[in-house]
Design a protein around this ligand. Structure first.
Ligand SMILES: [Zn+2]
Length: 260
């Protein structure tokens, strides 16, 4: 290879507190060919000087069939950023790829901020610094090195047009993080991961992907399209992110579980 790569930071999660739990909540959606994404397969998108034509969300080719050879084996192809999935730092920076994220960082205290009171009437609602202040006055500071999730109630719309809430110009509308909240949890709370129940950390309030660049560019990561946040407490659960360890991956579908 002959290529020098910068040393990647090791996990700062030196010790985990003992975890006890009585149930496991599945925070992943089932991924399927019609799962909503920020692109439409076959419809070209332009980024800077590059135009690309997005392929199918997920394709399953049956290589071996049980009914024929008593073995089932599929070849599956999908975009990294579809379904419930991780955005690794490298998605919007030259930071870590999925395989470089320390395993100890994939098990974190989970904090959930519910913004349904405003997102129900506003598809462009943002999780703001004020929401964090209000949450902390009730639950105490966000735990150190946590995963902070936004519960906008969007998960239940996943197979309906409401999930994209297209406006007259065909632009997506969905709740997201405010950049001021992101700067605060980065600098003041050392949050490791963010999570949203929509398909992006950004929305039309930050069309240049400010949150993606600020968060992933700071060697942090996140999860989009999480499910079932109504079934976990605001604080006290532990999240476990089962992330496939694919070399040089910028993210990818995963199984996310909350231990409650
Ligand atoms: Zn993504």
């Amino acid at each position: 290879m002959g290529q020098v790569t910068a040393a990647k930071p090791k996990s700062k999660n030196k010790t985990h507190k003992p975890v006890t739990f009585s149930r496991v909540v599945d925070l992943s959606h089932t991924l399927h060919p019609d799962f909503p994404a920020w692109f439409i397969p076959g419809v070209e998108k332009t980024f800077g000087t590059k135009t690309f034509s997005p392929p199918a969300i997920v394709e399953v080719e049956r290589i071996m069939k049980y009914e024929e050879v008593k073995i089932n084996l599929n070849k599956v192809s999908y975009w990294e950023h579809v379904g419930t999935h991780m955005d690794a730092p490298s998605h919007f920076s030259e930071g870590s790829t999925v395989d470089q994220i320390p395993a100890a960082d994939l098990v974190l205290p989970l904090a959930v901020i519910d913004i349904k009171a405003k997102s129900t009437s506003d598809p462009l609602a943002l999780l703001t610094l004020e929401d964090i202040n209000a949450w902390e006055s009730k639950h105490g500071p966000i735990p150190k090195r946590a995963c902070l999730a936004m519960n906008s109630g969007w998960a239940k719309h996943v197979n309906t047009p409401k999930f994209k809430s297209l406006n007259g110009k065909g632009e997506h509308r969905q709740p997201a993080f405010h950049i001021d909240a992101i700067e605060f949890i980065k600098k003041e709370r050392d949050v490791v991961s963010i999570a949203v129940d929509t398909f992006s950390f950004d929305n039309l309030h930050s069309p240049e992907n400010d949150v993606h660049y600020a968060w992933l560019g700071d060697e942090r990561w996140g999860i989009e399209n999480v499910n079932n946040l109504d079934d976990v407490p605001a604080v006290g659960a532990t999240v476990v992110v089962g992330q496939p360890k694919i070399k040089d991956g910028s993210g990818g579908p995963n199984r996310v579980m909350a231990l409650v």
